[in-house]
Write a protein that binds this ligand. Structure first.
Ligand code: ZN
Length: 310
């Protein structure tokens, strides 16, 4: 496998729609993607069910997904309390978002930057107390990095400062998130450079992109050119953006896998099996539009996946 495609639909896709997917369908979705060769799935977010009822079964889903051999089970946590819940069910990877825009952070999470960093320190300490083999990896995710719907553009100096602060507070690595779908390929390259300069070349391996304005795959390619090896995506581009009606959510997993495999970059994912998994979404959420070009057009004659590298 050359690139890790991390499926985030069960978290990002489902949390941005109001309908609640039954737990049983979520399990089938996770199982189908794992069977297709997806190696990492973010199964949910540890937020109170009163805030996001769609995520109420996250602990149960982590436990279920942990029973699938070879799968890295990731979860989002907004704070130390969420991290505690994620650690209790042995999530392999924990991401805590820090919104680069402080107004966004206060509006959405009711937390200033200082407050979020305090939570990060608490989480890092919780992880340190665990036996060495049981520690989840801990990513600080810079959300709204490419711009915010309240503040607009974020200064590079602020991105660098916040990346440093997250590492100092105890994160293992930094992720960049285009929460608002504002990124373009040049900005992707520039910000990866900003983070690398601030915290070190090896401390950023992944990026979280949305396709809100149609630049998702172009942005993914820019990240690949920079040497990033983990790309978040969502089956059927499930989700969307409340500010852009009709817009798709994350980049579409099927289209991303098609691009990578066609380019000779191995993902370990069987594209036909992945496309078949869309039926689970279609059956469970018939009113939600499913995006993706490859699923609609079909695989081209003569398509063959990349040879798996060892
Ligand atoms: Zn997102």
């Amino acid at each position: 496998m050359d690139v890790l495609v991390s499926e985030v639909g069960p978290r990002d896709g489902l949390q941005s729609i109001t309908r609640v997917m039954p737990t049983e369908a979520k399990r089938r979705w996770i199982a189908a993607e794992a069977a297709a060769g997806v190696k990492e799935i973010e199964v949910g977010s540890f937020v109170p069910a009163s805030v996001l009822p769609q995520m109420a079964d996250t602990a149960e889903l982590v436990t279920y997904a942990k029973s699938i051999a070879g799968l890295t089970v990731a979860a989002l946590v907004p704070n130390a309390k969420g991290a505690q819940a994620a650690i209790a069910v042995k999530a392999d990877k924990i991401s805590l978002p820090l919104s680069c825009s402080e107004s966004h952070s206060v509006a959405n999470l009711r937390m200033t930057h200082a407050r979020v960093l305090e939570e990060v320190r608490t989480v890092a300490n919780l992880i340190k107390e665990l036996p060495a083999g049981e520690r989840p990896s801990f990513e600080g995710s810079l959300s709204t990095a490419f711009g915010c719907t309240i503040e607009g553009p974020i200064r590079d100096a602020d991105i660098a400062r916040l990346a440093e602060a997250l590492m100092e507070a105890g994160c293992d690595e930094i992720g960049l998130s285009d929460t608002t779908g504002y990124a373009d390929p040049a900005a992707v390259k520039r910000l990866i450079g900003v983070v690398r300069n601030a915290v070190g070349e090896d401390k950023i391996t992944g990026i979280h992109l949305h396709n809100t304005r149609g630049l998702g795959l172009a942005n993914a390619l820019a990240a690949l050119d920079c040497g990033l090896t983990t790309l978040d995506a969502s089956l059927g581009g499930l989700g969307g953006c409340p500010f852009a009606p009709g817009a798709s959510g994350n980049i579409v997993t099927e289209d991303l896998v098609f691009m990578l495999e066609s380019m000779g970059i191995s993902t370990g994912i069987d594209l036909e099996q992945l496309i078949a998994a869309r039926d689970i979404l279609g059956d469970a959420l018939p009113q939600e539009p499913l995006h993706g070009f490859v699923a609609h057009a079909g695989l081209p004659l003569g398509y063959h996946p990349a040879r798996t590298s060892v």
